[in-house]
Design a binder for this molecule. Structure first.
Ligand SMILES: Nc1nc2c(ncn2[C@@H]2O[C@H](COP(=O)(O)OP(=O)(O)OP(=O)(O)O)[C@@H](O)[C@H]2O)c(=O)[nH]1
Ligand SMILES: [Mg+2]
Length: 224
């Protein structure tokens, strides 16, 4: 397994205007909503490859999708946790799907609803054949939690790549961000996964527009 930490703070400033002109368009630019699924039978038939945004409830998945699409309301983001209540499919320019998953760990639903729902999510993440890569959105202040770890573990063991967006980094100062990223890196080293799986960590903020181009680059490579 390879671990790649991309810290925007350490990146050299890009001021070369010629380089700016050659930048490819962001992969999620012009993405459009296709359909939503609340149960397995409603999932679109497998065809195009998919990449999914997973993470705890309220972590910032829908906001990250909006930021990467350079749109304010493509995916529905909200202050109310548990807002995304179905698996939403968007289609990128090149035909691949971006999938906005409901968060896990949302406390205010009954145990039974939670179990049924978590089973659906788990099945989607582990069994969906066209799912080629995962974006794991984690609040940088909480790091990788016990709810994220099984998803990350299952995914990496299957040999598929993961991009971790350490989001809401606007809530921390530089020093706190460094500490949080170092801690995240330490917990990633616990994964003793052999083979080709790779995990990239990007310090991210949807509100402060941080880490967006670094995330674009990883996603563009996945769908190339
Ligand atoms: N400060 C800050 N707030 C953010 C950021 N990203 C998301 N938020 C806020 O966090 C809350 C949840 O954002 P969502 O994008 O709806 O989170 P989600 O993971 O899609 O939530 P569920 O669909 O309910 O699981 C909203 O109030 C957002 O405005 C960020 O980078 N910085
Ligand atoms: Mg959401």
């Amino acid at each position: 397994m390879t671990i790649d930490l991309d810290r925007p703070d350490n990146a050299p400033p890009s001021s070369d205007s010629e380089q700016e002109e050659k930048k490819p368009a962001p992969p999620l630019l012009e993405a459009v909503f296709v359909t939503g699924a609340a149960q397995w039978s409603q999932l679109p038939t497998t065809g195009p490859i998919e990449l999914a945004f997973a993470g705890r409830s309220n972590a910032g998945k829908s906001s990250a999708i909006n930021a990467l699409a350079r749109r304010s309301k493509l995916a529905f983001a909200s202050r109310t946790p548990g807002r995304t209540q179905q698996i939403n499919f968007f289609q990128m320019r090149n035909g691949a799907y971006v999938v906005d998953l409901p968060g896990y760990g949302y406390a205010a639903v009954t145990r039974k609803t939670k179990d049924v729902w978590q089973d659906f999510l788990w099945r989607y993440v582990t069994e969906r054949q066209t799912l080629v890569a995962l974006v794991l959105v984690a609040d940088i202040r909480r790091g990788l939690t016990d709810l994220d770890k099984p998803v990350l573990d299952a995914f990496l063991r299957s040999g598929r790549p993961v991009l971790i967006l350490a989001t809401k980094s606007d809530k921390l100062n530089v020093q706190e961000r460094r500490r949080a990223l170092a801690e995240m890196e330490r917990s990633l080293l616990e994964y003793d996964v052999e083979g080709t799986a790779s995990v990239t960590v990007v310090e991210f903020s949807a509100t402060a527009h941080r880490g967006i181009e670094a995330a674009d680059k990883v996603i563009a490579e996945w769908i190339a």
